[in-house]
Write a protein of this length. Structure first.
Length: 92
């Protein structure tokens, strides 16, 4: 059981870093620091979008934009941290 919990923890940690990478890439694209016409940038941003969007979409429906700022990644990060904390507190 412990190894399963540790595996879930590692998956959640990797997903956290992918989510942070998606936020950074989306900011860089929005401020024209990087260009999605570059094939590598497009592939990375498309991969990050496909990984994070299915989880962020339901959160975006529930949480409205605050002044045009999307706070759904922050909500998801808080949820992941809560899940990890509860896992270690009650399952280990």
């Amino acid at each position: 059981m412990t190894s399963l919990i540790l595996l879930v923890n590692i998956i959640l940690e990797i997903y956290t870093w992918l989510l942070i990478a998606w936020v950074v890439v989306s900011w860089l694209v929005a401020f024209d620091v990087i260009n999605t016409r570059n094939r590598f940038v497009y592939m990375v941003s498309d991969f990050l979008y496909r990984i994070t969007e299915p989880v962020l979409r339901p959160i975006r429906r529930l949480v409205p934009n605050i002044g045009g700022i999307d706070v759904s990644p922050v909500v998801l990060l808080l949820a992941i941290w809560l899940i990890r904390d509860l896992m270690f507190r009650y399952l280990l």
